[in-house]
Write a protein that binds this ligand. Structure first.
Ligand code: AMP
Ligand code: ZN
Length: 486
């Protein structure tokens, strides 16, 4: 096997037994920690997914680009990553409490259809959005909560048998006082609040932090099933504990979500999973900060919700949103504005054009460089996306690096950023090899002129392109070249 080790070392530059170090900020410790997986070279990751009663907005999409970036960093460092993103199609009340209005039922009433049809429609739209954002779904399973009722009931039963739950007329409740470690993720302000502040008070509930595991059905509940506690439906938190356990095991490496989930949903997941297994549920908890819109919370009642479809309707490429996210560190709250997004779109356009140049100059062959090492160290340091983006820009614009070194960096940048840098959308109509180099250069210059809003120059170049036997159309995915002569 020595020869195999030698080849491996040569190719990747790292010893086979040790992967490069990756650091993440762990909400459990509030510190940056070196990532160590339970099993060598395998990372098990769970991300709280959408409640499929309406479209996901750009704030939600930050949470999924964030977890995709974690997975990309781990894959590039040599891990195999196994991922779950659950689809919540039952049990999630408005406000996230035990009782109240069920989101899926609300969606079904709004669109005069069934819970199943609502869930189906918005799951598909969610999957389309994440596909358009280049989220790598190869290693992800998307289980639906309604497909895991048996597992949720079994877990709730275990908790009851172990003395962590009590029955009320209203359903089965988790007894947080029986679990001394309750609230590991911190911020228990909700426990001090009177339970009725946000949530309808449940008669007999022993403590404000206690939460429903299985909710007794109201007569007109559209979604209800048999259980040891009568007909009903599962609490929201139990689905994540049950699906993580069934699909990844009792101990997982990384669990992610937006920062709003830590306080209640994730503290409750920990309580359920650890009370049942007696083991640590998650080693690294990671949370993204929020996207606001023009400094205000994204909210239907304010009427400021932005969807990915609004972005493409303005002829901006969906990946401009991904670029916009990457400009900020995931733990930094960000205010979205259309101006800022347009800025991101034009920066991405320039990056694509640079990539086109370098692709030609390097003949798509890569060489290692010190810039590439710096890039990797930076992105592996708690996902330093803004800093690694600057390393990319500085290197591509510098004359100190060869085209091959630049191409090498572009390969790594593309693997981590998911911005289609190696295949900019400008190539969609004709394969690159079929476009003469001088026409490619003209196209790049025209795009640059348009970016600078020098439309006279852009039109002049369009004329040159046409005289070379090509037509340029400005499609949704960027300029498209069409050959007009044989
Ligand atoms: P929900 O469907 O509300 O459970 O949200 C899905 C994911 O999006 C969760 O991880 C939330 O924490 C996250 N999220 C919700 N709103 C925002 C926002 N404005 N910015 C960033 N993440 C968000
Ligand atoms: Zn969850």
């Amino acid at each position: 096997m020595e020869w195999l080790k030698r080849i491996f070392n040569k190719k990747n530059g790292i010893p086979p037994a040790r992967l490069p170090q990756v650091f993440f900020t762990n909400t459990l410790s509030a510190h940056k920690e070196v990532f160590v997986s339970q099993k060598p070279r395998l990372a098990l990751m769970y991300t709280c997914g959408p409640t499929v009663y309406s479209r996901v907005h750009i704030g939600n999409l930050r949470a999924y680009v964030f977890s995709d970036t974690i997975a990309r960093v781990l894959i590039s460092a040599g891990y195999h990553v196994r991922r779950i993103v659950n689809i919540t199609d039952v049990g999630h009340m408005v406000g996230g409490g035990d009782r109240g209005e069920d989101k899926i039922a609300m969606g079904a009433a709004r669109e005069r259809t069934t819970p199943e049809a609502i869930a189906e429609k918005y799951t598909k739209l969610f999957l389309d959005d994440i596909h358009d954002l280049n989220i790598d779904t190869d290693n992800i399973k998307f289980p639906r909560a309604t497909e895991y009722l048996k597992e949720q009931i079994a877990l709730a039963k275990t908790l009851e048998e172990k003395g962590f739950a009590y029955r009320l007329q209203d359903g089965l409740y988790f007894d947080t006082q029986k679990f001394p470690d309750y609230g590991k993720l911190g911020d228990l302000s909700h426990v001090k609040l009177e339970a009725g502040a946000r949530v309808e008070v449940v008669k007999g509930k022993r403590h404000a932090a206690d939460f429903v595991l299985w909710r007794a059905a109201k007569p007109n509940d559209l979604q209800q099933w048999d259980s040891p506690w009568g007909r009903g439906n599962p609490g929201w938190h139990i689905e994540c504990s049950a699906m993580a356990r069934s699909l990844l095991g009792q101990e997982i490496d990384i669990h992610t979500g937006g920062e709003d989930l830590a306080q209640i949903h994730h503290n409750n997941e920990i309580a359920q999973s650890e009370a049942a297994s007696g083991r640590t549920f998650v080693r690294y908890w990671m949370h993204n900060a929020f996207i606001n819109i023009e400094h205000e919370k994204i909210s239907k009642s304010i009427g400021n919700v932005v969807y990915l479809s609004d972005i493409t309707a303005k002829d901006l490429h969906p990946l401009s949103l991904r670029y916009f996210f990457l400009q900020a560190h995931y733990r930094t709250p960000v205010s979205f504005s259309w101006d800022a997004l347009e800025g991101a779109a034009s920066a991405l356009d320039r990056l694509w054009n640079l990539s086109l140049h370098i692709s030609n100059e390097s003949s798509r062959t890569s060489a290692p460089s010190e810039a590439r090492d710096r890039f990797l160290a930076t992105i592996r340091d708690d996902l330093g996306t803004p800093q690694s983006l600057s390393i990319l820009w500085e290197t591509l614009k510098s004359e100190d690096y060869s085209p091959q070194e630049k191409w090498g960096l572009l390969e790594d940048a593309d693997a981590h950023f998911g911005l289609s840098l190696l295949h900019p959308p400008v190539h969609t109509a004709l394969p690159e090899k079929d476009i003469p180099k001088e026409v490619q250069v003209m196209l790049v210059k025209r795009t640059e002129a348009r970016t600078k809003k020098d439309f006279a120059e852009a039109d002049r170049i369009r004329g040159d392109i046409e005289r070379s036997g090509y037509r340029v159309d400005d499609g949704l995915d960027g300029p498209v070249l069409i050959r007009t002569t044989l």
